[in-house]
Design a protein around this ligand. Sequence first.
Ligand code: S3P
Length: 419
Amino acid sequence: MKVFGTLRVPGDKSISHRALILGALAEGDSAVTGILQSADVQSTAGVLRALGVPIPELSSSFIVRGYGRSGLVQPTTDLDCGNSGTTTRLMAGVLAATPVRATLIGDASLSRRPMERVATPLRTMGATIELPPHSGLPMTIQGGHLHEINWNSAVASAQIKSAILLAALIAGVSARVTEPVRSRDHTERMLAARGGAIRVADNSVSLAANSWLLPADTAVPGDPSSAAFFAALAALADSGELRLERVCVNETRIGFLDQLRLMGARVTEKDRRLEGGEWIADLIVVPNRLSATLVSEAQVPAMVDELPLLACVAARAEGETVITGAGELRVKESDRIAAVVANLKAIGATAEELPDGMRIVGSDRPLAGKVRTYGDHRLAMAFGVLGAASGNAIEIDDRDCVTVSYPGFWADLAASHSA
Ligand code: S3P
């Protein structure tokens, strides 16, 4: 397989959600360019519209008109978050501090995901939150006056951290969140860029009481989690070179690229620049022989969404790859430990589940068979990339689920390589 060409992957999903939410909460106009136009971001747009924010149809360039921190209105319907954990948990923080009663709902996968992790700190701040016995969705929130919080999170999660920061911002109280390992930091960067009094020290982030929120424009950079699929494709290729333009290379997001380099891939960064508070670069990836790697807890947050892809790459690398400290994968869009291992076995690879990770033994033999995605976009794309590697023949049961984060994925994949 040969890779070629230059690709600009769609906008970053995390930054896209936040551009809409922060634009809605600021008073005035915020221009958004390059937003990710995918199902998950549509969910955030839909929820904000139901709360009275005039979000226009998503396009390459538009304005969010915000009515300030007290500008949201009582919704007349349940708030449908679709498949999006980020929509649910960030909006839970917003709603906890807003004097409305609202119910967040979602699809079957999202409804199973753990919401207690966000309800507990928000209740500690004074919110009233009802969850079903399994602690998933629907989640009903009666927002109101909140007080300050100093929260030690048991898990590294940008969604929990962001929910608390957003609740504190709207309530005008201070918040401090400490994580075991630092998770992605887009919320704190974007709050700081809008006048928020944010302080970061080691694994803690603090927001001062009565912080400002000014409108600000966002030029959404390319999503490193989407670029990762193409970096992997190039790393697994037999020849060629792939250039990925304008990728966000925020240090809390590039764990996969670091691992790929450690495995032997040649990844070069060009033209690193700071745009709108985020580091951006072009990436050039050239294939090479890959060897196995080890991933442990401290490395997980910076590549949490890329671990299914790393497992697929490891199936073609020399030696045994072991991923541990990644128990969070069991509560993503699917149980990504069980699903990845079952699928690797189904196509003839050697893999084993660990309680908090997996073990994969790489080989050169052709991998062939059917893959079940369980509706999980990242599984479809990870096995799509593995299927493109020479000698492999992998059939994916639900290719359409990529619309959650990367609607044009299959077209971009086809345009980036040849047999
Ligand atoms: C996200 C945080 C991560 C990540 C998700 C997006 C965000 O989830 O997996 O795709 O935008 O805050 P957790 O906070 O559950 O780790």
